[in-house]
Write a protein that binds this ligand. Structure first.
Ligand SMILES: [Zn+2]
Length: 72
């Protein structure tokens, strides 16, 4: 009976060790990547990712409406 309990304890310890090793070897998460360049809308000054901004004449806008209205 004592051997079964010892085996269960060892199995549990091995499970924790393997789980911990798997967590450490994970590839870098999205949070660890460099942040995307942020730009400010010329109209309302809201910050948004470069990839989502509309560019017009070297200026960035948050929406088509603000691009049309231009810098205010
Ligand atoms: Zn805007």
């Amino acid at each position: 009976m004592g051997k079964i309990i010892l085996f269960l304890v060892l199995a549990f310890v091995a499970y924790i060790v393997i789980k911990g090793a798997a967590r450490r070897s994970r590839p870098p998460s999205a949070a660890e990547r460099p942040p995307e360049l942020m730009v400010a809308c010329e109209r309302c000054k809201v910050n948004l990712p470069r990839s989502e901004a509309l560019e017009d004449g070297g200026h960035f806008y948050c929406s088509e409406e603000h691009r049309r209205l231009g810098a205010g």
